[in-house]
Design a protein around this ligand. Structure first.
Ligand code: FPP
Length: 249
């Protein structure tokens, strides 16, 4: 572990209690921009810069998976200009940042219905996934055109189809089978879900996967969220007593 660039005392982190998977709902970009008299998209750009620092820090402290909610199935309800600027910004980052992420051994995966996005974005995402698929470091899971209810509906439909075609029996349906039909089938469930910006809700993010995640909310807007804030969240997590429905040993 080498969290050198930050004013963080890494020795306080309990190595055996580092969360495997951290999920973040990157909220508050719009409000961050508004308080500065800037257009909302400026908040998204600032949020993307925050993400860069957070990825670096997660790699430094050996987090296995970082999931970030970048664009939800509900975000299409926003004005056309904002959606289009956000998608252009994502395209820019996929083009500009992925080589660096690859160099840092980050493996990119993307969860959601992203194949319906404009072709140039789909192409860049495909390229990024391919380029980084052999990497063994941090898994960066970008939730893009993702909605958890939709994910569960799709899984149910596929399972029903398999039952009706006789590929599986009703009795074979269990939690593992459902989990195997979700986008997250290759990664562990989140241990820690963080939502900055003062909203205390989940907003259709990982409804199945967070059954036993520890939740952490902070007032800080995402663009102001620093590695020090993540460190604080992890310290808080390390003091939680996770019993998974059992009792303390
Ligand atoms: C929610 O804040 C944020 C988003 C909908 C976009 C988040 C996307 C990024 C930070 C960019 C990520 C970049 C890559 C390359 C994955 P909000 O606009 O809802 O904030 P508000 O609640 O204050 O209005």
């Amino acid at each position: 572990m080498q969290a050198k660039k930050y004013s963080i005392d890494k020795t306080i982190l309990k190595r055996d209690k580092i969360p495997n998977h951290i999920a973040i709902i990157m909220d508050g970009n719009g409000r961050w921009a508004k308080t500065r008299g800037l257009p909302r998209i400026a908040g998204h750009w600032a949020g993307a810069e925050t993400l860069r620092e957070i990825i670096e820090f997660c790699s430094d402290i050996d987090i296995k998976v970082l999931s970030v909610f970048a664009f939800s199935t509900e975000n299409w309800k926003r004005p056309y200009e904002e959606v289009s600027s956000l998608l252009n910004m994502l395209l820019y980052y996929f083009k500009k940042e992925v080589a660096k992420l690859d160099k840092n051994n980050v493996k990119i995966i993307v969860s959601g219905d992203w194949r319906v996005l404009p072709e140039k974005i789909v192409k860049e995402i495909d390229k990024s996934i391919k380029l980084t698929e052999q990497n063994s470091g941090l898994i960066l899971n970008i939730l893009l055109n993702y909605g958890s209810r939709q994910e569960i509906v799709t899984a149910c439909k596929k399972i029903c189809e398999d039952v009706s075609q006789g590929k599986i029996r009703m009795e074979d349906i269990n939690e593992d089978l459902i989990a195997a039909h979700l986008f997250s089938c290759q990664i562990p469930d989140p241990d820690l879900l963080i939502r900055p910006s003062g909203e205390i809700r989940i907003s259709n993010c990982f409804l199945w996967q967070i059954a036993y995640a520890e939740l952490y909310f902070t007032e800080t807007h995402w663009p102001d969220f620093k590695p020090e804030d993540l460190y604080k969240a992890i310290l808080d997590y390390q003091n939680r007593d996770r019993r998974f429905g059992g009792i303390k040993k």
